[in-house]
Design a protein. Structure first.
Length: 117
C-alpha cells in the first residue's frame, strides 16, 4: 500500500534552515508528481511546493516561500525533500507530503516545524 513518511522537522530560530524528507513506498515513485503542503494552527492546509514526475525538472512554489524553499527528489531513494531556508515565524506549521495515485490522494502523518527564538 502507498505510504509516505515525513521527517526532519523541529524547532529552529528565525533565519535558520531545515531540510524535510518524505520517504515513499508502495508505488512507482518516479512516475508521480509529489507535493508538499503545510497547515498552521487554525488555518487551512495549503500547497507549498510541487515537483514533476521523472526527472523533477518542473517545480512550482507558493508565493510565500518562493526564493526560500527548494523541492527536490531522489528517485533512487524514493524520497522527496523540502529544503527550507530564511525561515520565518509564519512558516510554523505541520508539513505534509502528498501524492495522487490512480485518482486518490495519499498523505503522510506530517512533521512539525516551529520557527521561534
Amino acid at each position: 500500500q502507498v505510504q509516505l513518511v515525513e521527517s526532519g522537522g523541529g524547532l529552529v530560530q528565525p533565519g535558520g534552515s531545515l531540510r524535510l524528507s518524505c520517504a515513499a513506498s508502495g508505488f512507482t515513485f518516479s512516475w508521480y508528481e509529489m507535493n508538499w503542503y503545510r497547515q498552521a494552527p487554525g488555518k487551512q492546509r495549503e500547497l507549498v511546493a510541487v515537483i514533476s514526475r521523472f526527472s523533477g525538472g518542473i517545480t512550482n512554489y507558493a508565493d510565500a516561500v518562493k526564493g526560500r524553499f527548494t523541492i527536490s527528489r531522489d528517485n533512487a531513494k524514493n524520497t522527496v525533500y523540502l529544503q527550507m531556508s530564511s525561515l520565518k515565524s509564519e512558516d510554523t506549521a505541520v508539513y505534509y507530503c502528498k501524492v495522487n495515485v490512480n485518482g486518490r490522494d495519499y498523505w503522510g502523518q506530517g512533521t512539525q516545524v516551529t520557527v521561534s527564538s
